[in-house]
Design a binder for this molecule. Structure first.
Ligand code: HEM
Length: 168
């Protein structure tokens, strides 16, 4: 990475950028986030009918998915059926744009409530993924959609890495 000395001279230094998973707080933080989120989903008139019969472990499974996407353990691929399984859970559901918007809005609110890092860099990456992924969910769920089940679980990264002080 390149920075500048106090005299304005270029200076090179090494930093290790943490994964989004680590920055978020790891598994516990994601479980807290998704538990809070799906609690609110079930109180929401637009989303409750969609999630009324969700699996008892749904929040945990989506936390594991997000963990893998954000650079944590590849546990969704290893233990939960990977990308193909996630796609299969959305097929034929006909998710509307209004429902997608509400889903995104509640998840961003839940990030505050769960105390996820509020720095602009983390939230930009988080919101970017949620916007992208939720639009894909709408496409996967549309009548006649035939998404490719062989794709791997996506990996999301910083759009703008967090600033970290140079190593001494
Ligand atoms: C970034 C966006 C999204 C991600 C990452 C995501 C992720 C997932 C995953 C991983 C599963 C499978 C969970 C398991 O293995 O048991 C799932 C299921 C499901 N998703 Fe999504 N999803 C997204 C957006 C949405 C949206 C916008 C809706 C609807 C408004 C939705 C509705 C559902 C439903 C109804 C299920 C099945 C729940 C059950 O019966 O257990 N998803 N989602």
């Amino acid at each position: 990475m390149e920075g500048f000395t106090p005299d304005g001279e270029p200076e090179r230094y090494e930093t290790t950028t943490p994964t989004l998973y680590e920055w978020a707080g790891g598994r516990d933080a994601l479980i807290r986030l998704l538990t809070i989120f799906y609690g609110h989903v079930l109180e929401d008139p637009l989303l409750e009918p969609v999630f009324r019969h969700m699996d008892a472990h749904h929040a945990e499974h989506v936390a594991v998915w997000l963990g893998e996407v954000f650079g944590g353990p590849a546990a969704y691929s290893g233990e939960h059926g990977g990308h193909a399984h996630m796609i299969g859970r959305h097929l034929g559901r006909g998710i509307t744009e209004q429902q997608r918007r509400r889903w995104v809005s509640l998840l961003l609110d839940a990030a505050d409530e769960a105390g996820l890092p509020a720095d602009p860099e983390f939230r930009a990456a988080f919101a970017g993924y949620v916007e992208w992924g939720s639009r894909l969910a709408v496409l996967f769920s549309a009548p006649g959609a035939e998404p490719n089940p062989h794709e791997p679980v996506p990996h999301w990264d910083w759009t703008m890495p967090p600033w970290q002080p140079p190593a001494p």
